[in-house]
Design a protein around this ligand. Structure first.
Ligand SMILES: [Zn+2]
Ligand SMILES: [Zn+2]
Length: 134
């Protein structure tokens, strides 16, 4: 069992692989519903206003955006989230559409590049077992 520090409340907890403690997970799930409903009614909102009106911390909203669970439909992305590759503002996830495409196609390349002819290993033909004794 790994002891991890929760990303949100900074308390140590027993992790099964995640970085968020069960208490925060529960809170995030509740907040997710709150924020999702808020965004549903206020499509062109921004993170500051959402945080103020819903009383959900910005950190949690950002987390949900990065996970792709929330999408803020603002025209310029409000500079909330930036593509991790080209730093273009995005509304959800970690990469913009262009970079997602690039990553996907470079992965395809790697797969096809993998077909290298393997040199035949020559197995020395040893007949019998020689006794080497000094
Ligand atoms: Zn926590
Ligand atoms: Zn990008």
């Amino acid at each position: 069992m790994n002891i991890m520090q929760c990303t949100f409340c900074k308390k140590p907890f027993q992790s099964l692989g995640g970085r968020i403690c069960p208490a925060c997970m529960e809170q995030i799930d509740k907040d997710f519903v709150t924020v999702r409903d808020y965004i549903y009614e206020h499509k062109h909102s921004n993170i500051d206003r959402i945080s103020k009106e819903t009383e959900v911390s910005k950190q949690i909203i950002m987390h949900l955006l990065k996970e792709g669970r929330l999408i803020i439909d603002s025209p310029d992305g409000d500079g909330l989230l930036l593509c991790e590759m080209c730093r273009k503002p995005i509304n959800t996830g970690r990469l913009c559409k262009d970079c997602t495409g690039k990553v996907a196609s470079s992965m395809d390349k790697n797969v096809s590049d993998n077909k290298k002819p393997e040199p035949k290993a020559e197995v020395p033909n040893i007949k019998g077992s020689a006794k080497i004794n000094g």
